[in-house]
Write a protein that binds this ligand. Structure first.
Ligand SMILES: [Ca+2]
Ligand SMILES: [Ca+2]
Ligand SMILES: [Ca+2]
Ligand SMILES: [Ca+2]
Length: 458
């Protein structure tokens, strides 16, 4: 038994450390892709202060940019005769201020799958306040003929919205919200977007929210009601490197299924980096590969504090369900909150908190979760706590895990206001009928003095 526990810890360590890959895998992305091509396209003249001068409004670029071509051709003009998605983004970039790009439903009928086959990465959304909205149409961007590792859509400005589009078969990152060179990239919304089979060119994520470099900030971005399936790396990664900050982002109501790494990963990679106060709420993370469903991690001196993982369904992932892991001196993954999640039948671990090499993961709260059926013989653990301090664990339902919990932390608190957790294998009595077992529930190196007699929340 002891040997198998050690083995399970080693497996867990491997799982936890394998989530992060070296930075050499940074996707290909050159300045040549960020600059809209110089064209002779007539641009709208700004209203003149001279009343004697005629203001020339450009009739080839209406206020609404309507994509009416399925091809990926850029002839320099977005007009009623021909406007590709590429041209519409270029036109929006050239006109300062808000723009809305829509799709002609007679070309992109809502009931029909029509492909836009990309020949290169779409123009980077640089101007900000651009909305790409497929409402009333069905639009699929397909990257099957894109060169190796080329990305789909890159956003390097703020207040943009991408709504309703499907992005598939892109060899690089499907959608990349990217702050670099000291840029601040805020308040972008990815809404009801589907991403399938992206990232296979070099194991890239389907969605990246990334801040790279000192002063670079990717914050307050939102991923809402998306479907992210069968991609070659993480479904989404909120990631910082080289001093970047990716705080206060939100992932809500989305499905992350069958991706080749995590469903959702939050990753602070180096000194001065922060990936903190992000919220992951009401998502499904199912059938993703190792390390698992939802993973917060910090290393190299980075900080991933104060993130909230709330009301997610995390099932059938190949490694762990939900993890907090930190390593390297100076790294921190503290004060994170994991509440009200359903964590069921993941291969090894339901929820895990872990630190090593002087990193800290202290003061996290694990509350109100149902942690069920991690029943792999010897290796299945409902909640693993390893080398972390002062964490709070209560109101959770531990149901038929091979090992319900293994507490190798310091000073874990297993109750709050005299209420602990529900344990499916608790055999004690409740003589006074107050709902709390009269004898403690004991487990490896720990004890719950206030075991609940009934499932919490029922
Ligand atoms: Ca055109
Ligand atoms: Ca614009
Ligand atoms: Ca990744
Ligand atoms: Ca009692």
């Amino acid at each position: 038994m002891k040997k198998s526990l050690i083995a399970s810890i080693l497996i867990a360590l491997l799982l936890l450390t394998s989530c992060t890959k070296p930075s050499t895998e940074t996707p290909s992305f050159g300045p040549s892709e960020t600059t809209p091509p110089a064209k002779t396209e007539p641009s709208a003249e700004m209203p003149s202060s001279d009343p004697g001068k005629t203001v020339q409004l450009d009739k080839t670029e209406p206020p609404l940019l309507i994509v009416n071509a399925t091809d990926d051709v850029d002839d320099g003009v977005c007009n009623t005769v021909h406007c590709s998605l590429r041209e519409a983004i270029n036109a929006s970039n050239k006109r300062p201020g808000p723009d809305t790009i829509t799709f002609d439903p007679s070309v992109f009928p809502p009931s029909e799958t029509v492909l836009i086959e990309l020949t290169s990465t779409l123009p980077t959304v640089l101007d900000g306040n651009t909305t790409i909205d497929t409402t009333g149409a069905q639009v699929t961007v397909d990257g099957s003929i894109l060169p190796h590792q080329k990305n789909g859509l890159v956003i390097e400005s703020s207040n943009n919205t991408v709504k309703g589009i499907r992005i598939q078969n892109v060899p690089g990152i499907g959608i990349w919200v990217f702050a670099s060179n000291g840029n601040e990239v805020y308040y972008n919304t990815i809404n009801s977007v589907t991403l399938v089979n992206c990232g296979y060119g070099g194991r890239q994520d389907a969605i990246d929210i990334m801040a790279q470099g000192i002063g670079s900030r990717a914050c307050f971005n939102r991923v809402i009601d998306c479907t992210v399936e069968n991609n070659a790396d993480d479904g989404i990664e909120i990631v910082t490197d080289k001093g970047g900050v990716a705080d206060n982002n939100l992932v809500v109501g989305s499905i992350f299924r069958g991706n080749a790494e995590c469903g959702i990963e939050i990753d602070a990679k180096s000194v001065g980096c922060s990936a903190s106060n992000n919220e992951v709420i009401n998502n499904v993370a199912e059938g993703n590969k190792e390390p698992g469903g939802i993973h917060i991690n910090s290393h190299g001196g980075g900080t991933a504090d104060g993130n909230t993982i709330d009301s997610n369904t995390v099932t059938g992932n190949a490694g762990l369900g939900i993890g907090i892991a930190t390593w390297d001196p100076g790294s921190s993954a503290s004060a994170n909150v994991i509440v009200h999640n359903t964590v069921e039948q993941n291969k090894y671990l339901g929820i895990a908190m872990w630190s090593q090499d002087g990193a800290v993961a202290n003061g996290n709260c694990i509350k109100g979760n149902t942690i069920k059926n991690h029943d792999q013989k010897d290796d299945g653990v409902g909640l693993l706590i390893k080398n972390v301090n002062d964490n709070l664990v209560y109101h959770n339902n531990f149901i038929e895990n091979y090992i319900q919990t293994k507490d190798d932390g310091n000073n874990t608190c297993w109750e709050h206001n005299g209420e602990g957790n529900y344990w499916s294998d608790y055999t004690g009595k409740d003589a006074n009928g107050d709902g709390i077992g009269d004898t403690p529930y004991k487990f490896t190196k720990g004890v719950d003095n206030y075991p609940l007699m009934k499932l919490y929340g029922q």
